[in-house]
Design a protein around this ligand. Structure first.
Ligand SMILES: Cc1cc2nc3c(=O)[nH]c(=O)nc-3n(C[C@H](O)[C@H](O)[C@H](O)COP(=O)(O)OP(=O)(O)OC[C@H]3O[C@@H](n4cnc5c(N)ncnc54)[C@H](O)[C@@H]3O)c2cc1C
Length: 388
């Protein structure tokens, strides 16, 4: 008697930053039914580009773009390098070797990568045509016999799902996990993140020999200044320079609750102080953005691995704060998401046994196996399925 193929495992990935996108991409490739949720209007998370329309410069309305979050993507791990090379072959990212004026070491050129059509382009590329629920802030996770249901801020309910994977900064993941996985929630609530005030500005063209600058910490409240219009794929109207300047974590911490106007004035002055003597900036546009969770201050205490997965509950966590070294960054986020997908697939996928409970395949090194939960049934490849 022939059996109906089981429906694919239903997975919700909450967070369409680089961690969620890399995780979703790998799971979809393996045939799982993945739906991605994000509270923002677009994907990419902290890999963000802001477009400002209608800035009047010399009497003409102009559109300006600012990469106001992550600036570029350094890559070390061969697997991540491979992913970037494939993205480059598809025309999504390009190599960038900016002339960086750094306090230490001496002025240098760096080898790094930049998505061409704005920073979110890499996440967009990885997600492809994945089902995506944008402007959907998940506020509550609820488990029933049918699986996980997600309750959004507008009251809508999504699901059921067999697995829910959280790909967001630790404080936000902690809020969702409270009452569902208290040990993880407690752990995540204690992960310190650094904040960052960012200035986005357009001025007259300035004769500045650098693409970016890392000022000496003692001499400037700024940690990084970049000519946004000199990055690959970017441009500005003729005669206009666009700038992105990130404050240091220390300066941001001291001024976290200052008014945007006060922060804008202080960071504008700091930017001016880095330019050649005598240059007086004419401001065509200025704005600031506060990143409350910019980068991990240190590794998640006793994180133990690049992702967390609890097979019995069908819950996972990934994000830059779980990356090796604890310094965060796009590579750490990508690797954490990729590792979570691998962990989940490895436990589900067993070539030697035709079907087995996931519980037995749980990798104790990564997943502390708490009691309870619904055993899942595994089949090879596309037929990964939940128990009938
Ligand atoms: C100012 C700044 C500069 C940086 N510069 C660099 C750099 O030059 N190079 C580098 O490698 N890294 C840099 N980083 C760090 C890098 O951007 C991050 O490490 C990386 O992008 C984090 O990816 P992620 O997927 O872990 O998290 P995120 O990008 O934060 O993605 C999380 C996503 O989850 C969504 N979300 C959160 N809660 C919910 C919810 N309840 N429901 C639905 N959606 C939700 C958010 O909207 C977001 O899209 C910088 C970061 C900042 C802020």
């Amino acid at each position: 008697m022939s059996r109906q193929p089981l429906p694919p495992l239903r997975v919700a990935v909450i967070g369409a930053g680089i961690a969620g996108s890399s995780c979703a991409a790998s799971l979809r490739q393996a045939g799982l039914a993945v739906t991605v949720f994000d509270k923002s209007r677009g994907v990419g998370g902290r890999m963000a580009t802001r477009r400002v329309d209608g800035v009047v410069i010399d009497g003409q309305p102009q559109a300006l773009d600012f990469d106001h979050g992550a600036q570029h993507i350094p890559a070390r791990h061969p697997r991540f390098k491979g992913a970037l090379r494939r993205a480059a072959a598809a025309g999504v990212v390009a190599a960038w070797s900016p002339r960086v004026h750094a306090a230490w070491p001496a002025p240098t050129r760096r080898e790094t990568w930049v998505p061409l059509a704005g920073m979110p382009a890499l996440a967009r590329h990885m997600l492809g045509d994945a089902p995506l629920q944008l402007q959907c802030e998940v506020q509550r996770l609820q488990r029933s016999a049918a699986g996980w249901e997600l309750q959004a801020a507008d009251g809508s309910i999504h699901g059921p799902f067999d697995q829910v994977l959280l790909a967001m900064p630790p404080a936000q993941a902690a809020a969702l996990l409270a009452g569902q996985h208290d040990r993880w929630a407690e752990h995540l609530a204690g992960v310190p993140m650094q904040a960052c005030w960012t200035l986005m500005a357009a001025t007259q063209e300035v004769d500045w020999p650098w693409d970016a600058c890392e000022p000496e910490a003692a001499r400037s409240p700024l940690a990084w200044v970049a000519r946004n219009d000199r990055k690959p794929g970017r441009q500005a109207p003729a005669g206009v320079a666009t700038w992105v300047a990130h404050a240091t974590p220390e300066w941001t911490a001291q001024h976290l609750e200052d008014s945007p106007a006060a922060v804008q004035a202080a960071l504008s002055q700091a930017l001016g102080a880095l330019l050649p003597r005598g240059v007086k900036l004419q401001w065509h546009h200025r704005a600031v953005h506060r990143w409350r969770y910019a980068l991990p201050a240190e590794a998640a205490p006793a994180a133990g691995s690049e992702c967390w997965w609890d097979a019995q509950r069908g819950l996972g966590v990934c994000g830059d704060f779980l990356g090796r070294g604890g310094q965060g960054g796009v590579e750490a986020a990508w690797r954490s998401g990729d590792e979570l997908a691998d962990t989940l697939l490895a436990a589900l996928d067993d070539e030697t046994e035709p079907a087995r409970p996931v519980q037995a395949a749980n990798d104790a090194r990564r997943s502390p196996a708490p009691a309870g939960g619904q055993p899942l049934v595994m089949k090879r490849g596309v037929a990964l399925a939940h128990a009938a």
